[in-house]
Design a binder for this molecule. Structure first.
Ligand code: CDP
Length: 233
């Protein structure tokens, strides 16, 4: 059976990646976290001193050095999940910090960053058989994806989930800062000029504010089965 392309978009911290990873594992597809790619670009800027303390990005130098950024994903045999590598160094932990979160949306709004990442994402998904999550997957990266899902949840619930995740990883986190960061990222992501976050016209909408992880997993699997085994009338 032909493998399809599945695009999962939505707001910050709404559990898209958990859903997408679980689904990919269940159906034997490749999972790609497009947000991790923008986080790698941001980490690169921070490591190379391309973001000044007041948040100004040296865009001319960044654009010149963009070809130096290579993002890849490798399966971690211990967790059974893919880890993110920036230029062959595992940065799975470094890209999830609040520092990276606080600069990622301005970095991801830069047209040359989007062009480079979109081209890499399209190449990764050329053969189908992928689940990719992000902000613009169903609208800009794979507008012809056979299955598109737009996920959201209330901002307080999303902030609580992200806060719990950071604390569980031993990071320092303050709930109010996490909430403000995700509101600000949603604002920048939705209003940027290139490929803003928006629901594709043909996306299925899922508000998972009150769903458990097993419930959302089942919802997604049911939608996948409907798409790939349509009932004959
Ligand atoms: O984990 P969380 O949902 O908070 O964010 P993420 O998926 O890791 O994405 C981090 C940031 O990357 C987003 O806030 C966007 O600014 C940007 N992004 C994007 O612009 N386009 C995508 N396809 C994915 C992420």
């Amino acid at each position: 059976m032909k493998k399809i392309t599945i695009a999962i978009d939505g707001h910050s911290s709404c559990g898209k990646s958990t859903m997408a990873k679980d689904l990919a594992r269940e159906i034997g597809y490749i999972y790609i976290d497009s947000g991790a790619m923008y986080r790698c670009c941001t980490l690169f800027c921070l490591q190379q001193g391309l973001i000044s303390p007041d948040g100004t990005i040296d865009t001319a130098e960044f654009e010149r050095r963009m070809p130096e950024i290579h993002v890849s994903f490798r399966l971690n045999p211990e967790t059974g999940r893919p880890d993110t590598y920036l230029n062959n160094v595992c940065v799975e932990r470094e890209i999830r910090t609040m520092e990276v979160s606080s600069f990622v949306s301005p970095v991801a709004a830069l047209p040359f960053v989007r062009a480079a990442m979109t081209a890499q994402q399209q190449e990764m998904g050329r053969e189908g058989g992928i689940v990719m999550d992000g902000r613009d997957i169903g609208t800009a990266v794979f507008p012809n994806a056979e299955m598109k899902v737009f996920v959201t949840a209330s901002d307080e619930i999303r902030a609580q989930r992200r806060y719990d995740e950071l604390i569980a990883k031993g990071e320092q986190a303050v709930f109010q800062q996490v909430l403000e960061n995700l509101r600000e990222r949603d604002r920048i992501d939705s209003t940027r000029a290139v490929a803003p976050l928006r629901q594709a016209d043909d996306a299925l909408v899922l508000d998972n504010s009150h769903l458990t992880i097993p419930e959302q997993k089942q919802w997604l699997l049911d939608r996948f089965i409907e798409r790939t085994h349509p009932q004959t009338p």
